[in-house]
Design a protein around this ligand. Sequence first.
Ligand SMILES: [Zn+2]
Length: 493
Amino acid sequence: MMLPTILLVKYHFPPRLDDLDSIACKFGSDDIEPEDYTMVLPDDTSYRDINSASTIEPLSIDEVHSFLDLYDQTLDGSSAVGMYESKFLLSIRFSTMPNTTCIRGRVTSEYYKTAVKYQTDIILDEHGVVIETQCECGAGRGPEAHCKHVALTLYALTHKDTGIITKETCTQKLQTFHQAKPYSGSPVKAQNLMLRNGGKFQNLKNFDPRPATFVKDPMYPYTFRNVVLNAPVENLPIRQLYSPANIRAIDHDHDYLKQAQKDYFLNDLGVKELNGQQRAALEKETRKQSKSKKWKTERCKRIHSSNFGRICKATNKTDFKTLANSLQVVRNVKAKSLTHGRKYESTAIKRYTKITKNKVTKSGIQVSGKYPFLGCSPDGLVRRDGIIEVKCPSTAFKKKITPKSVPYLKSEVGDHLSLKRNHIYYYQIQGTLLCTDRLWCDFVVWTGKDCKVLPVIRDEAFINGMLTKLTNFYTDFFEPALVKRFYYRETDK
Ligand SMILES: [Zn+2]
């Protein structure tokens, strides 16, 4: 055995390398399900190579984005595209089962190219929606693996019609010798740096970078501090040297101002007033919804229509303070019912367009012009004065839509269904109509087997009733919580 030790380790214990790969793999290392899970897959022999003549549908790039979005990942943020282009994908095969297609990729490890290969498995349903994924790498436990190898395999599948690039040959591989290696030494004071002839920068020993006129100025540290704190650059590392200001003292020291500091703060937040131009800019900036960071922070600043029902239906027993606080926290909810809804939303919208011939426009956050502390994120805008609200209840998946399978619906005369007026979805829809200044909503319920479009008309009396409760809640609880959290930066533990 003349192989160097490191090579022996690689060849003989590849599983240990998994951990290294998952540390380096920012993609998906956070939210690993602890329990082991293995997907149920067809027999190995049923897999065939994918080429442009294969009988499977190519995956749309939108589907890849919406899958990764479920785990707050983006294709741009991962190395998947670069790895695909550098031919890390060795092979990609498929096997069809009734209603599902199984995809199997073989991907070389980004860090141990010659020694470690991972198998990725992906199951797509008949709508081309990603149902389950797994990968052999450390971050790739199923059924919802979203490591870079899975992302790469999905990305490769979008190239099905133009030809998927697989398997590298030596001459196709890009050389990497020009890439700088990371420096791993510790910082050294400039005065101690060794020069090539063995000398040191002796004259740096008592070096003072201050301009000569300031060296003896006792006020210089304060001048410097002011320049640093007022510099229009965010996150200057040197700011960490200074302790935070006492914000409560500011109101006291600046009592000559027209407004209290917290009111200036609330104005800046845009919850007191927001003009048409600002509202349009905010809508445009948040159009990618949960993909944009701004969408999440903006949602915490206002009461969103999806919560109107919770607030309006609250009773004396509700702890309003806790409720207000809970609405101001960014949450990455991983509940099955929610991910199910997000997975199928675009499929449901396509179905809606097919049924009604209505074109659906995407929308970001819409803030009410008259009540700038209220906002909503409509599932889509339709024509000039309509919206849609889409629900894909996971509990009714593959079932027929009835009041029994979808409990927020009730039967009307002549076999018609309608949305119950006391359900939070009804509050959400009326609230969205209020914030968008629109007149009607098509409430879409989609189960995969069945799809119903139920019209909901704007109800002015209902909206007025909600407005009273929402305004009171905002003044008494939401705004104080907002000031406490984002201005005084105090949180209740
Ligand atoms: Zn992986």
